[in-house]
Design a protein around this ligand. Sequence first.
Ligand SMILES: *Cc1c(COP(=O)(O)O)cnc(C)c1O
Ligand SMILES: [Zn+2]
Length: 424
Amino acid sequence: MTVDNYAAADIATDDLDFGPATGLVCRECGANYGLGAAYACMECFGPLEVKYNYGEVTRESIEAGPNSLWRYSQLLPVSAGAVDEPNLAPGCTRLVHAHNLAQELGMTSLWVKDDSGNPTHSFKDRVVAVAQSAARRLGLTTLSCASTGNLAHAVAAAAARAGQRSVVLIPSNLEDGKTVTTATYDGKLLAIEGNYDDVNRLCSELIGDPLTNDWGFVNVNLRPYYAEGSKTVGYEIAEQLGWRLPKQVVVPIASGALLVKVDKAFRELIELGLVEDTEYTIFGAQAAGCSPVYQAFQDGQDVVRPVRPDTIAKSLAIGNPADGPYALDVIRRTHGAIGSVTDEELVDGIRKLARTEGVFAETAGGVVMASLEQLLAQGLLDPTAETVILNTGDGLKTLDAVIEFVGPTATIEPQVSEVREALA
Ligand SMILES: *Cc1c(COP(=O)(O)O)cnc(C)c1O
Ligand SMILES: [Zn+2]
């Protein structure tokens, strides 16, 4: 059992370091930079990534760590142990062995990595925790982001817990499960009349403005650190399987960062000798109403052409995905494929996962579930190979998706005869 009792005021900001991280490096041209609030290469505008010099990492050293993503601090840009970090300590979510669903789909071994169990009920708590640590080290006192909803919730909560100011920007058309939750933490919440891509562009423009000198936009100027938090999903899956890799993983794609980092996590574990070097395949999942990466994959293109999103899977509604090309690389290198499912199919996916395994998925989880079925039907995913699918958010955040399809079996008077009749 863990007790979370840090006091924000007690935490000194000296002695903070970036642990094994040694700098930032351009993913395109390899140019090197120091550890700062930077995200684009000055030579070629390519995205920057954290570079490391890992020390000795063993299964035992990880297992001895806390019951949160900080057990992997030796593989993240944070001080050893990261025990003093003022944050929500997310991670270590359950890996559900989905026997019933596997049977229904004719699969041999299927697992659901259920990230709805994080503090604000989506995987975004992971990326925020790492970005928040970077913000402290860089003296950025206001925590900010451009969000499709779950990130907004995670940033507002993490900032509240750390006694920090937050300024969160979202498209104005999000679900109540995203906006009401976020607003309750009482940071600044700006609803922008536009879609996510408009909000993201606005944030990029704000970064040059003196107004935001001390702002850490977790997914913009802190993006290299933020994205590293996604690796912990991959680490956990391997550790929970008893330190081995699954054969197949199905990952939802919004910006594409999560998918890219699950692959990075698997490769790191192999390189560090923490798991056996076994082959694996990474599959992507998108909603048909916003499937630019799927489209590029189908067309055999390396460039991802932006689209205008139109889907109820709002957490995945990024029309111009920053990591799209890298997600394509991973999927092609590991011989994967991408599912693209309609809103109707994703709702069926949510209901099927609930009915078979008692897991109530967010719309993104519905996209993954429906993509699994599609990929199986197309013969692209092997039903006999061990598979992990990701549920990245809690269905309570997207009740609208199912509200018109489900309800009481019957509404009756409090009488035994009526119960009998209703169940007949
Ligand atoms: C943000 C998000 C994703 C995908 O994230 P990317 O790293 O941008 O691809 C998946 N599921 C949910 C519920 C999310 O909020
Ligand atoms: Zn470059």
